[in-house]
Every structure is written in structure tokens, then in C-alpha cells.
Design a protein around this ligand. Structure first.
Ligand SMILES: [Zn+2]
Length: 430
């Protein structure tokens, strides 16, 4: 298939045409020639970015297919402008062996809406004790480089040290869900510890429970020289530690979620479990610090932590409901509003935070590349002016736990191309 994207605003830096043939970009520029027989995509007024890469999704398959499958999750990804996602290891069974990693990789290849790469568990069964098959998963067909016990914290410093040491040989990264189990017990601690948690009588999850693990882990990364990635940073304290660690040259990277960049803990006063997420929503001061850190690159990447749950898992009192929110389909509208329209970031910055850097962190080949001749044609076209009114019932997900229901954003994904094949065209899944 050949395509000719006409008049796109590439990275928000100026109009250009993009010609695509056989899955690759064959011409870029205002004088690019339309290949013979090419289908035209009118991109007037649309911003073109490289296909987005999400290093933090929960696709729930195997074991949680009532919430999401690799296929439905990859449809959400495509609809959200993503061409690649990393599927977290906390499935049932846990992705802690070569066989399980290769199974997810193979299923991802069949889904075709986005490339799905398995995250390998750091420890067997996410139990925090014995290391999983890290080296074997790295050498498998799935070429796993990104390891995480996400959902659980690798709380034992000796295990964390060993994991960091181990992945160095194959340039892997350990992605930590930073939550000290004594300061913020899981699953008891259910919302930010503060005046509100006290008033509602909910067990608080203090920000310092994140900060202390991040601080510990950057010291371990400094000692081992291995790569550490901090998942879903939620506190100003973690930002301070990461900024300091980077100033010393410690090999640490970090991500923030759209929900932590937008929503604040006072929403928990509604007692609506759609606002229950781990780490919890934080006060406005933390949100401000996260925005500044994403804008200046201290936090390298935006990642969704897309966490689908069936209705019954959320239909409990706040303390007992499941943690997590949908995120893939709403990431672009939120980042467009919160980071771009606010003037904190340019679209070129968004391309770094949502494509180039996450692909680099996970060592993905063929994603996060520039929109340039010879590169795989992974491209997203965004209408920065189009209004998006979120309706939780309209989704490609099997779940509906969308905290933005009824909210309006501006910035809509119109077209997603995966290696030159449209997965979304004119806002519609193909
Ligand atoms: Zn997590």
C-alpha cells in the first residue's frame, strides 16, 4: 500500500508532505512527490508525530480477559495514537518465563493493531524473592529488555541490587513500582495520606513511601551502573531525587501518567472508586512538580498505566475496589490540553516524551524513530483543535473505568499508521 500524507504539520514545526510505500517513509518535504496510485490522506491542520510508544500498559491477558485482551488493548492503543505498547507482567500467570513472554509476543503479532511487547517480571510470581528468567527472556524471540514487578514493589534491597546487576549484561532496565510496603501497605493504603484520608477514614498512602524507594534505588543504580526506570512518578519528592540522580549521571529514567498530570486527590472526596489508582492521585503541588519535570525532561516519558477492570471489581467501597484507570485512548487529548495548550511543551517535546524516549528506554527497534526517509512508517496524525468529549461507554476497551467521563479536551487522534498500514483512519479503527 502506498500513501501520500498531504500538508501535515510535522512535529508542529511546519507543513510537509509524507510519502509512504511498502511500510516505509520514502519522501518527506514540501516537494515530496506523490507515488503513483498512492491513496491521499489530507492532513491539513493536523500535527504529525512518530507513532506513540507506551511503556506501561496492563492488557490483562492471560487470566483477565473479562477486563481486556491483547487484541482489545491493542485496539485502544491504535485509537490512542500508539504503534507500540509494553504489556506489564502482572497477568495470571505472571510473565516470568521465556515461554510466557514468547506467548504474549506471538499473540501481539496476531493482534495487528499495535506492536505488543511483553514486560518480563523481575521476580518469580512477582513475589519479590527469587529472580525470574531474566537472561533467558532477554535472549528469547521477544527480546525482553524491560523488566518490572509493577503492581508490586521490589521492596527487598538485596533482590533489587541483584536484579540490577543481572540485567546489565544485556542492557536491560529494571522498572520499579516504588511503594515502601511498611509506609504504604498494599493493598490497604488506598488514597493519598493527608487531611482528606483522615476525614474519610481511609488508610493513607503517603508520598514519602514512594520517595524513599526511589532514593534507595538510585543509589543501587549508581553503585551497579545498571539502568533503573521509575514507573508512574507521583510526588514532588521523587522528582527531586531523580533530578539530583541525573545531575550525578546515574542511569535513571522515569515516567509520569496523564492522570497524575491532571487529576488531584480531592476527587477522592466523591468516594467514587473510578478515582482509585496506585500510586494514588496527589495534591496540586505534586501535580505541578510533575508537569514541570515532564516539561524539562527530568521525567523522560509519559506512560499511561492503562489498567482496565471489569465493573464488578470497581463496584465496592473505596477501600476494597480495584486500583487503576483506563488510559490509552485519552492520553493524547489530556497531554494536548495539559502540556501543549498550556505552553509547557511543544509537539516536538511530546514526540520525545511519548515516542522517542520510551522506545529508547525499552530498547525497541523500529519504534520511536524520526519521521524521515527510510524509517518505518509509524505515524500519528492529531487534530490539535478538535474537541474530544469523553464518553466512558464509547471505547475499544472491554472495561469502562474511565475517570474522564463527561470531560472535554482538545486534541484528537485522527490517523494512526503502523508500518504504513492504517490502524485508525479519520478517527475510526480500521
Ligand atoms: Zn504500578
Amino acid at each position: 500500500m502506498t500513501w501520500f500524507i498531504k500538508g501535515a504539520d510535522l512535529l508542529g514545526q511546519g507543513r510537509t508532505d509524507i510519502a509512504i510505500a511498502n511500510g516505509r517513509i520514502v519522501a518527506v518535504g514540501s516537494d515530496a512527490e506523490q507515488p503513483k496510485g498512492a491513496e491521499l490522506i489530507d492532513a491539513d491542520g493536523l500535527v504529525a508525530l512518530p507513532g506513540l510508544v507506551d511503556i506501561h500498559t496492563h492488557l490483562r491477558e492471560p487470566g483477565g480477559e473479562d477486563a481486556e485482551t491483547i487484541e482489545s488493548g491493542s485496539q485502544c492503543a491504535a485509537a490512542g495514537g500508539f504503534t507500540a505498547v509494553l504489556a506489564m507482567a502482572n497477568t495470571d500467570p505472571v510473565t516470568d518465563t521465556v515461554q510466557k513472554a514468547e506467548w504474549i509476543y506471538a499473540r501481539g503479532q496476531l493482534s495487528a493493531y499495535a506492536d505488543v511487547f511483553p514486560v518480563g517480571a523481575v521476580t518469580k510470581g512477582l513475589e519479590g524473592k527469587e529472580l525470574a528468567e531474566l537472561g533467558l527472556m532477554a535472549r528469547s524471540k521477544a527480546k525482553v529488555r524491560f523488566f518490572s514487578d509493577d503492581g508490586r514493589c521490589v521492596d527487598n534491597a538485596k533482590v533489587m541490587r541483584r536484579a540490577l546487576d543481572y540485567v546489565k549484561a544485556f542492557d536491560g532496565v529494571i522498572a520499579q513500582h516504588a511503594q515502601d510496603p511498611y509506609l504504604a501497605p498494599h493493598p490497604g493504603a488506598c488514597c493519598h495520606e493527608g487531611e482528606l484520608s483522615g476525614r474519610l477514614g481511609l488508610m493513607g498512602w503517603p508520598g514519602v513511601a514512594e520517595d524513599v524507594i526511589v532514593a534507595r534505588d538510585v543509589m543501587l543504580a549508581r553503585m551497579t551502573g545498571s539502568r533503573l526506570h521509575v514507573c508512574h512518578v507521583s510526588t514532588a519528592g521523587s522528582v527531586d531525587v531523580i533530578r539530583w540522580a541525573k545531575s550525578l549521571g546515574v542511569p535513571v529514567t522515569a515516567e509520569a501518567t496523564p492522570h497524575h498530570l491532571l487529576l488531584t486527590t480531592d476527587l477522592v472526596a466523591t468516594y467514587d472508586s473510578v478515582y482509585k489508582v496506585n500510586p494514588p492521585l496527589r495534591p496540586a503541588e505534586d501535580v505541578e512538580a510533575l508537569r514541570a519535570a515532564v516539561a524539562d525532561g527530568t521525567i523522560d516519558a509519559v506512560a499511561t498505566d492503562h489498567a482496565p477492570h471489569p465493573a464488578h471489581a470497581k463496584q465496592h467501597d473505596f477501600p476494597l475496589a480495584a486500583f487503576g484507570m483506563l488510559g490509552l485512548e485519552t492520553a493524547v487529548p489530556i497531554i494536548s490540553d495539559v502540556m501543549v495548550r498550556s505552553g509547557l511543551m511543544s509537539w516536538a517535546d511530546v514526540a520525545l516524551a511519548m515516542s522517542a524516549r520510551p522506545a529508547r528506554i525499552a530498547r525497541l527497534e523500529g519504534h520511536g524513530r524520526s519521521v524521515a526517509v527510510g524509517e518505518p512508517a509509524n505515524i500519528v496524525l492529531i487534530d490539535p483543535e478538535a474537541e474530544v468529549v469523553v464518553d466512558a461507554s464509547v471505547t475499544h476497551s472491554r472495561s469502562r473505568n474511565n475517570p474522564y467521563d463527561g470531560r472535554t479536551f482538545r486534541g484528537r487522534v485522527m490517523t494512526t499508521l503502523l508500518r504504513g498500514v492504517p490502524t485508525v483512519l479519520e478517527g475510526r479503527l480500521q
